[in-house]
Write a protein that binds this ligand. Structure first.
Ligand code: C2E
Ligand code: MG
Ligand code: MG
Length: 587
């Protein structure tokens, strides 16, 4: 530092007064402290660019000690990455304004080139001639590295490491522009895992994450390295194919569907079969912007899902009409709520031994003035997606409780009113309260009400759902697991849940006579229910033979077209004509 100070005659101008001399000394000491302790490299040169002083940070950053570099020209630090004109301009600026700042590539002693933010200021003597230059530079390489990392994080999905939606957009824009320019064709493929939600809900998020990672690998292994794969979100993946045809894209899709339908083995030992649905759109034929293409591929995917699992569909302009229909379905549903177009039908729950009706399952229908009676499967998915199921479900609950109360008041001997509850309803924190409200309003005894919750909803292994179940139990209502056998129930978990009944899914009952596997599943469920002390009911009984087989296997209760279809409340008294026993106390 002494050496530097001595080169600045201005700083050392002989002080005239003692006070001023003291002040100058303080300034010099401060400057010295800053010079020695700052994190930025400082280099001082004479007016020819010969280095006369460097600070410790300079030595740390560049690797040159002071004695090695002092006396050398500044050019020793140049990386060679910038053109002569760059330096010429830089010095011109310094000459004119006494100052320059910018990013520059420097070279360390070990040869490594690094980015630096450099500031050059000139030091002039009293006549205004530059005597020295001070270069002050910050090493940007660490910042650059963290910028790069940040960039990676911003553009990639944490779980799978795949590019995310943001990067997909950038890439698609580039690929699309190239296809238009080169007059080639490409494809956007949307892959959606079937039944993923079920696994996530029933086995937990850890298993869901593992499955997604495994699926990612499987998709990757079935693509060329030049294909672009991104995670669009949730269980949706997007593949971009360049220079392909409709046939080429179809081949890739069918290969993916085949590969994804093979079972996955989780580290817990669980074997999971999922499958995938695929929507494809071609560019530039089906769209000329990334948003349009993604929207169209999504519409095709929606169509594929609607057509059944493990299907692939190409986009066609008709699909836009379909998406519009979906949107209008949502609007119509809202209107239907306001106009009270929903009705509840009731399907008898019967004792398989003697055909006695002991209860009813409430099933919603939509009585549309133009289209007639609409089945729940045609509108519940949209109601569920939009959250409209919550007010609709509450309405069904209140309606059904009131109906049951009036049957009981009329003397019918019934002990169960079953009402279906959707996941969206069940997961609301105020669900138990809304059930209590329906019971209170209608005056129905809680023990008559049986809430049907699907396996997937129930197995979402979290504290909140267990608390809801406990609250419902405390109310005194009963709980049934609907469509049992279609999910991935963990038996250990099932044992802990306060449920009362398992409803064997219709698909097993239908095949009970023809498929030994279904017959085995049915008897396993019945055995399981007995072990856990639960009652069991078989859904979808359509033949006398099914009824007998079930009865022989130990299942005492059932419902199905063999006994009765769901009917309007007005038709309930006439069920007695259909060989059912409706027990009614003498008035
Ligand atoms: P679910 O709860 O499993 O109801 C049984 C379904 O099977 C009913 O269909 C019923 O009509 C049908 N079914 C009964 N016996 C037979 C049979 O022997 N053969 C055949 N092929 N089908 C039979 P539905 O009424 O179309 O309802 C379908 C599903 O919609 C229900 O399945 C339930 O999951 C849902 N759902 C119906 N009403 C409501 C509701 O108010 N709220 C909620 N969240 N879901 C509802
Ligand atoms: Mg049900
Ligand atoms: Mg069911």
């Amino acid at each position: 530092m002494e050496n530097l100070i001595s080169t600045f005659p201005d700083w050392r101008a002989p002080p005239t007064h003692r006070a001023e001399r003291d002040k100058t000394e303080t300034v010099v000491n401060l400057a010295s402290a800053v010079f020695n302790s700052t994190q930025e490299a400082i280099v001082v040169t004479d007016n020819k660019g010969i280095i006369v002083a460097v600070n410790p940070a300079f030595s740390i950053i560049t690797g040159y000690s002071a004695s090695e570099i002092i006396g050398k020209n500044m050019r020793a630090l140049q990386s060679g990455r910038q053109h002569r004109a760059f330096y010429r301009e830089m010095w011109e600026r310094v000459g004119k304004s006494g100052y320059w700042q910018g990013e520059i590539w420097n070279r360390r002693k070990n040869g490594e080139v690094y980015p630096a933010l450099l500031t050059i200021s000139s030091v002039r003597n009293t006549s205004g001639t530059p005597t020295h230059y001070i270069g002050n530079s910050a090493d940007l390489s660490r910042i650059r590295k963290s910028e790069l990392k940040l960039d990676h994080v911003a553009h990639h999905d944490e779980l799978t490491g795949l590019p995310n939606r943001r990067l997909l957009n950038v890439r698609l824009e580039r690929i699309l522009a190239r296809a238009i320019r080169d007059d080639t064709e490409g494809a956007v493929i949307f892959v959606d895992l079937d039944r993923f939600k079920l696994v996530n809900d029933s086995l937990g998020h850890g298993a869901g994450d593992e499955l997604l990672t495994l699926a990612t690998w499987r998709i990757k292994n079935n693509l060329r390295t030049s294909d672009f794969l991104a995670r669009f979100g949730g269980d949706e993946f997007t593949v971009l194919l360049e220079r392909t045809t409709r046939d080429g894209a179809a081949k890739v899709a069918s290969n993916l569907i085949e590969q994804l339908s093979e079972p996955f083995f989780l580290s817990s030992g669980e074997e999971i079969s999922i499958g995938a649905s695929i929507g494809i759109c071609l560019f530039p034929k089906d769209g000329t912007s990334p948003e349009q293409l993604l929207q169209h591929a999504d519409a095709a995917l929606y169509q594929a899902k609607a057509a059944g699992k493990s299907t692939c569909k190409f986009y066609s302009s008709d699909l836009t009409t379909l998406a519009n229909t979906r949107l209008s379905l949502e609007n119509q549903l809202r209107r239907a709520i306001n106009r009270q177009e929903f009705v509840v039908h009731y399907q008898p729950l019967v004792s398989l031994q003697d055909r006695r009706v002991f209860g009813f399952e409430a099933l919603i229908r939509w009585q549309d003035p133009d289209r007639g009676m609409i089945a729940p499967s045609d509108f519940l998915p949209v109601a569920e997606e939009t959250g409209l199921i919550v007010p609709i479900g509450q309405w069904v609950l209140e309606q059904a409780c009131a109906q049951m109360k009036s049957w009981l008041d009329a003397g019918y001997q019934l002990d169960a009113l079953a009402v279906n509850i959707s996941a969206r309803q069940f997961n609301r924190p105020d669900f138990a309260t809304s059930v209590a409200k329906a019971l209170q309003q209608t005056g129905l005894e809680p023990c008559c009400l049986e809430l049907e919750i699907t396996e997937g909803t129930l197995m979402a292994n979290d504290a909140a759902s267990l608390a809801t179940l406990e609250a419902l139990k405390a109310l005194g209502v009963r709980l049934a697991v609907d469509d049992f056998g279609t999910g991935y129930s963990s038996l250990a978990y099932l044992k802990k849940l306060p449920v009362d009944k398992l409803k064997i899914d219709r698909s097993f009952v239908t095949d009970i006579g023809s498929d030994p596997a279904s017959a085995a599943i049915v008897s396993a469920i019945i055995g399981l229910a007995r072990c856990l002390g639960l009652s069991v009911l078989a859904e979808g009984i359509q033949t006398e033979q099914q009824r007998e087989t079930l009865l022989a296997s130990g299942c005492a209760e059932g419902q199905g077209f063999l006994f009765a279809r769901p009917v309007s409340p007005a038709a309930v008294p006439s069920l007695e004509d259909a060989m059912l026993h409706l027990v009614r106390a003498a008035p």
